[in-house]
Design a binder for this molecule. Structure first.
Ligand code: FAD
Length: 490
């Protein structure tokens, strides 16, 4: 049994490897991609590497990038959606270095972030300010801050780092070459292969207890991080939770000028027919192709259609209907304020005592997930970013801030609400050539996971066409044996 399956896997891999690495384009006439975020742009990029097919990409917005977008407030521009990248997000790194000519370095400012954990009444933990002018003093304070974290959470902290590192290492398997990395037909297969699937079957909290983390660390620091990165508690599924913890380590970075540029540059360099401000309203299976109808009153025919946006809150009509597991999206209300926090709201005397990053724990007393300083213009003038699960009412903002010169509110249908065990929509929605990149978002939602899922979808398309083509050829050949007259026709 062992041997047979290994041989099968080898043959399967061999087919895919040869079909892709030898650029044996299986002649797909056209591919339509719905969505110009990281997922859709990456599908276009990888398809173009493997195929000369015509690619059309639709986005209902006037700009590409999707959940990678910027906001301008008080004359400066900041990330409004996806903001941070992990140092081992290798696709994003490659896009940024190769296509945007930017070198990747850690954000030095983040080292100076002063964290406070707010429980609605007091700061249960607060690190010391590290913005000292004298470098040696800054170093000492940072060291003392690390010691304070250690005294509060003990060796549990190291167990948390190990848990995250183990998850990241498993994720790194998705960058292996084609020789060892198969094409995956389902999300489950993809996660099982890397060893990450089990993490989607249990809540983060259970995983962390088993990993030996103390209840205090889970209730405080871990909760702060999951609330910041996914607006959810430690009851979220383990894999998304681990990914959110990975997004709180060192060396985090962002694309200078905005992460959305990754999508833009991929689309620009992939010879794509781009349809902006054109929303796809319906997708009909015509047998060997799909008809897409858009809000412009136009229709397009494509041999392959790739949905690169979450379908959960969309109104795209599918003919025939498709069926995917129900999934709710977590809405993250993002509020940008240029002004000044009110120290009295936090029971403090001075604004200088409010930590640069205010994280929160799970308690009904706290109406927001976090507040952070994006830019300090002076002691009395700063730009802040807040995340909350509910829209922030004006009266509440007036209590939290003593000065508000400008306020911008964005309601993001941000990422899935994660519940273990996760159920996954199929990558192939109809058994034919209708694909769904965002099925992978139930594992975790990040710019990089979108790229990784997109790369697999591109290879899946190519390999399925290659397989169909070779099957057709062998059918024709065997048919030819039995029916010489047909053979002559051919
Ligand atoms: C507030 C917030 C913070 C985040 N922070 C981070 C972070 O720090 N790091 C990180 O890695 N990730 C973060 N994420 C998650 C990350 O943004 C997403 O996982 C990723 O960008 C998803 O990319 P996507 O291409 O799959 O989807 P999207 O970016 O949502 O792209 C889908 C595109 O499809 C278009 N579209 C939808 N329907 C149609 C239609 N019918 N016709 C045509 N076009 C359509 C949309 O306009 C959109 O441009 C954050 C997300 C949010 C909201």
């Amino acid at each position: 049994m062992m041997k047979a399956s290994s041989i099968f896997i080898f043959l399967f891999l061999f087919t895919i490897t040869t079909s892709i690495s030898h650029s044996d384009d299986p002649s797909i006439s056209s591919v339509c991609i719905i969505g110009g975020g990281m997922g859709g742009a990456s599908v276009a990029h990888f398809l173009r590497r493997y195929s000369t097919t015509q690619i059309r990409l639709f986005d209902k917005n006037h700009l590409v990038g999707g959940r990678m977008a910027t906001v301008s407030i008080g004359g400066d521009t900041f990330e409004a959606g996806a903001s941070i990248l992990h140092p081992k997000n290798y696709y994003a790194k490659n896009y940024t270095e190769k296509y945007l000519n930017q070198s990747i370095g850690g954000n030095n400012e983040e080292d100076d972030d002063v964290l406070g954990i707010w429980d609605g009444e007091r700061f249960v933990f607060k690190s010391f300010r590290t913005d000292w002018k004298v470098p040696i003093l800054r170093k000492i304070v940072r060291f003392v801050n690390s010691l304070r974290l250690f005294f509060r959470y003990g060796f549990s902290l190291f167990r948390m780092f190990d848990f995250v590192e183990d998850t990241v290492n498993k994720f790194l398997k998705y960058y292996e070459g084609f020789e060892t990395r198969p094409v995956f037909g389902t999300v489950e297969e993809m996660l099982k292969w890397s060893g990450l699937f089990n993490l989607t079957t249990r809540p983060l909290e259970e995983e962390l207890v088993d990993a030996g983390l103390s209840p205090l660390l889970i209730q405080e620091l871990v909760t702060v991080i999951t609330r910041i990165n996914y607006g959810q508690s430690v009851l979220m599924s383990g894999l998304a939770g681990a990914v959110s913890l990975a997004g709180s380590g060192g060396g985090l970075w962002a694309v200078k000028g905005g992460n959305w540029q990754m999508a833009a540059t991929l689309i620009n360099s992939s010879d794509v027919l781009l349809h902006l401000k054109e929303e796809v309203e319906s997708i009909s299976n015509l047998g060997h192709s799909y008809e897409l109808n858009t809000t412009e009153g136009k229709s397009y025919t494509c041999e392959v259609t790739v949905v690169a946006t979450p379908l959960d809150e969309l109104n795209i009509q599918f003919h025939p209907e498709i069926s995917i597991p129900e999934r709710k999206l977590q809405h993250t209300y993002t509020t940008f304020i240029r002004g000044l926090l009110n120290p009295a709201y936090f029971g403090l005397d001075s604004v200088a005592d409010i930590p640069k990053l205010v994280g929160t724990i799970e308690t009904p007393n706290v109406p927001f997930s976090c507040i952070s300083v994006l830019k300090k213009y002076s002691e009395k003038d700063m730009t802040y970013k807040m995340f909350s699960r509910q829209p922030m009412a004006e009266e509440l903002l007036d209590k939290i801030f003593s000065v508000r010169n400008e306020t911008i509110k964005i309601n993001w249908a941000a990422y899935p609400q994660y519940h273990a065990p996760e159920t996954f929509a199929p990558f192939i929605l109809d058994g034919q050539h209708l694909y769904y990149v965002n099925a992978f978002e139930n594992a975790a939602s990040t710019m990089e996971t979108s790229a990784v899922a997109a790369e697999n979808i591109a290879r899946l398309i190519i390999s399925r066409f290659a397989t169909e083509k070779s099957r057709d050829l062998s059918n024709l050949r065997s048919f030819g044996h039995d029916a010489p007259e047909m053979h002559v026709d051919l």
